[in-house]
Design a protein around this ligand. Structure first.
Ligand SMILES: [Zn+2]
Length: 70
């Protein structure tokens, strides 16, 4: 069972099997977060859709973080 992980820093998406924790190889040491995408959904997306997904994911995440700090 593959899982889809997303990096909270750069929005990079990666898929892994079995591993529970994964660090972003671009950001070095940043722990990636399991996304709500299933592997089936992810594999049906093209490059642009993946980018759009990570952009909006980052946007929502940053928005929520900003609200928390107020
Ligand atoms: Zn990253």
């Amino acid at each position: 069972m593959m899982k889809v992980f997303i990096c909270p820093e750069c929005g990079g998406i990666t898929t892994v099997s079995r591993r529970k924790e994964i660090n972003c190889h671009k950001c070095g040491g940043i722990k990636m977060i399991p996304s709500k995408l299933t592997f089936a959904q992810y594999s049906e997306m093209d490059e642009q859709q993946r980018k759009d997904y990570s952009d909006s994911w980052l946007y929502i995440r940053n928005k929520m973080n900003n609200q928390d700090s107020k």
